[in-house]
Design a protein around this ligand. Structure first.
Ligand code: SAM
Length: 259
């Protein structure tokens, strides 16, 4: 399993928070009793759900012990965090008002089969809302598939991330699945153009997410060499300019509501 580092992940907290807020702003559900945040990460975003629905019990679920541990101090009587794989989450029919999964389902291989189960869990007036990055990260893929690295990284390649075999579906497929489950579906795409400060900021960004499976699979000199190769490739793909480094980042948003 990929190891997550809450500190590294939080290095771009503002940039990562914005899609979450833009997703949640489109959720029409007014009153909620039960709210769940799937792949909640360090819990900071989950806490904003507790503020938006103050009468709801809010549960954050994440499979990373480090993330759940980072979220621990945020717990209140209203807000709880639980270690678990969302692939195994089986809520009862009609038992949840809001399900959020921000920047998480790209890590869940068969989430297409889970969506109808989560749709059925929504009570009347409830909403399932998720956001996934939607791009092929060729600069990293090129390095990963090079002869030196492919044999060492084959197991990591089985895991998911911002790569061509990512489990992220097309907007049309998400509409078909969720409309087929009786929901009204709102789908849109946005490409953020983040302007990142510092040296190698794109490497730093993906060190907190998509590069983790590869870093976990390597050690010693291999890890140092791989990191240096990826850094060089990213520097040429995303050149540093006087004002910073531009990282274009397309994201797909889905808000599906049970009328
Ligand atoms: C990019 S972070 C997003 C965190 C948070 N939702 C946010 O918006 O800041 C992805 C999170 O999904 C979690 N995750 C990945 N696969 C998971 C799974 N199968 N079950 C539960 N959590 C998972 C990771 O541990 C990580 O914390």
């Amino acid at each position: 399993m990929t190891s997550w580092d809450p500190e590294q992940y939080n290095r771009f907290a503002d940039e990562r928070a914005r899609p979450f807020h833009e997703l949640v702003a489109r959720i029409p559900t007014k009153d909620a009793v039960a709210v769940v945040d799937l792949g909640c990460g360090p819990g900071t975003m989950t806490a904003t759900l507790a503020a938006r629905w103050p009468d709801a019990a809010v549960l954050g679920i994440d499979s990373s012990p480090a993330m759940i541990s980072a979220a621990g101090p945020l717990q209140t009587a209203q807000l709880r965090f639980q270690l678990g794989d969302v692939a195994g989450w089986r809520p009862q029919r009609g038992s949840v008002d809001v399900i959020v999964a921000n920047a998480a389902l790209q890590w869940v291989p068969d989430h297409a089969t889970l969506l109808p189960i989560w749709a059925a869990a929504l009570d009347d007036g409830g909403t399932l809302a998720f956001q996934v990055p939607c791009f092929t990260f060729t600069a990293i893929e090129d390095v990963v598939s090079a002869p030196r690295w492919a044999p060492l990284l084959s197991a990591a390649l089985e895991s998911t991330g911002p790569r061509s075999n990512s489990p992220v579906l097309t907007p049309q497929e998400y509409v078909q699945i969720l409309a087929g489950a009786g929901l009204t579906v709102d789908v849109w795409q946005t490409t953020y153009h983040h302007v990142l400060p510092g040296d190698d900021p794109v490497l730093e960004w993906f060190s907190g997410t998509g590069l983790r499976p590869y870093f976990d699979a390597l050690s010693g000199q291999d890890l140092a060499d791989f990191r240096a190769e990826v850094a060089a490739r990213l520097r040429s793909a995303y050149p540093r300019e006087p004002f910073g480094t531009i990282l274009p980042f397309p994201r797909l948003f889905v808000v599906a509501h049970r009328p």
